[in-house]
Design a protein around this ligand. Structure first.
Ligand code: ZN
Length: 460
């Protein structure tokens, strides 16, 4: 028994003992402007969590309201309470309920801090096309932190996941783990206590859970970072192209240090030949060695698009629009099909979700790229395959994905309370309604999906 224990500890230490150098560069993401990806020097520091400097919020430093309902998910909530007191109240309750669902499901070792706002997004955070439906919102890790895995590859980990590892030393943390912003100006969201949900409405809580899972790391880095408007080839995240604190990305020489995956990407494989996407990343990163520099971004792009490695990237785009071509490998030869059926490629949707058809009418419906319309947390039967036993909106396979990434799943994950302390008038809800239909436009019309390539964007 002791031998097994020691072996287990040894294996664990092997996995994460190697950390990046003290001058490693993290990536800070701006929720509503992907051009604002800032490289952030995040030197190794002693375990700050033990000292409490990052895990505990200092109310003096936190100008936002902290929702005090949950020890393991701390939400800094901001809302236009003055002008929309009732709406803010409903949104706040939704955040509380979602915090309970997630912390009843995942066994966090260290509290997750979420900066959540329910506010007017258009005009404040981004310009919106008035002729199109407004964006629903967005959520994502506030910082990506490079960690070296046991396969020797350095991947960009979402901060919330890094915290769970409780490393003795780690790159410096940002103040919050997940950024989330949702649009208070649209009528798409349905809240507890509202009249019966409309055919075009989505349960705000389901949206929040979906988004928070992206923020926790349900997120692939593969995207077309070099040609935003006209996707032609996919790569993992080009961390060598991001803006640093004092240097514009368009100025000065670029040193190619390789494209970087997120932890999610480690488990992706092509179905046709069982090749891990990580080996494709390796091939692509043979483009240049670490000493190769380019005068500017254009010179790099020109050289890269003319390289043999670029052909791999173009093939990856083809894979991403070919259904059943990519899976997330789960333990025991179980597979989680990844969304590769959208044509044309949709940044923010493709590869960042489970396969739509595979998970329709299943308990793993949640991480599809479109949110289910006219479905509430209280009655998931119309989307979960009519399963009356599994009430958690986070399905069993989705939980396995999170477990593989490094989170611990609680044993009682199907007994989560989805209506904690919620008082409501039964007459306002038709629990027998199973007429849920899927949105056909919301996800694709969400400008954010285009804008937020690395953050997960708001989906639906
Ligand atoms: Zn999504």
């Amino acid at each position: 028994m002791l031998t097994k224990y020691i072996l287990f500890i040894s294996l664990l230490s092997l996995i994460f003992v190697k950390l990046p150098s003290a001058r490693s560069q993290c990536v800070d993401l701006n929720l509503f402007d992907h051009t604002q990806r800032h490289g952030k020097l995040c030197p190794q520091i002693e375990d700050s969590l033990k000292k409490g400097s990052s895990s505990l919020l200092n109310p003096i430093d936190a100008p936002l309201e902290q929702i005090e309902n949950n020890n393991m998910i701390q939400i800094l909530f901001t809302c236009d309470e003055k002008n929309k007191p009732e709406l803010c109240k409903k949104a706040k309750l939704a955040f509380q309920n979602v915090a309970n669902v997630i912390s009843d499901t995942l066994d966090f070792k260290v509290p997750i801090i979420i900066n959540a706002s329910f506010t007017q997004i258009c005009g404040n955070f981004m310009n919106c096309d008035p002729t199109k439906p407004g964006p629903l919102g967005a959520a994502g890790p506030s910082r990506l932190i490079p960690l070296k895995d046991d396969d020797g590859k350095t991947r960009l980990y979402p901060q919330s996941l890094v915290k769970q590892f409780k490393l003795e030393k780690h790159p410096e943390f940002s103040e919050v783990d997940i950024q989330a912003g949702f649009n208070s100006e649209i009528s798409t969201f349905w809240f507890r206590g509202d009249p019966e949900i409309g055919v075009d409405q989505v349960d705000f809580e389901l949206v929040l859970i979906h988004e928070f899972l992206h923020g926790l790391g349900f997120l692939s880095s593969w995207d077309d970072y070099l040609s935003l408007d006209n996707p032609t080839a996919l790569t993992p995240f080009p961390s060598f192209l991001i803006t640093t604190d004092d240097l514009s990305s368009n100025i000065g020489p670029i040193k190619f240090t390789g494209f970087q995956e997120y932890p999610f990407d480690r488990y992706l494989s092509l179905t046709k030949d069982n090749i891990p996407l990580s080996s494709i990343t390796d091939k692509i990163n043979q483009f240049a060695n670490s000493t190769t520099t380019f005068a500017n971004e254009k010179e790099f792009t020109d050289a890269f698009t003319n390289s043999s490695q670029y052909l791999e990237c173009k093939q990856m785009l083809q894979n991403s629009i070919t259904r059943n071509s990519i899976v997330f490998k789960l333990p025991d030869d179980d597979l989680y099909p990844i969304e590769t059926s959208l044509v044309p490629y949709k940044s923010g949707s493709t590869l960042k979700h489970g396969d739509y058809d595979s998970f329709s009418n299943s308990t793993d419906f949640l991480m599809r790229w479109k949110s289910p319309r006219q479905v509430t947390m209280e009655n998931l039967l119309s989307v979960n395959g009519n399963d009356t036993n599994y009430i958690n909106p986070i399905g069993p396979k989705t939980l396995k994905v999170l477990e593989v990434l490094g989170y611990t799943i609680k044993n009682n994950n199907n007994k989560v309370q989805t209506d904690n302390e919620v008082k409501q008038d039964d007459n306002q809800h038709n629990l027998q309604s199973t007429s849920g239909t899927e949105s056909t436009t919301i996800h694709s019309s969400t400008l954010l999906h285009v804008l937020l390539m690395t953050i997960t964007i708001l989906l639906f």
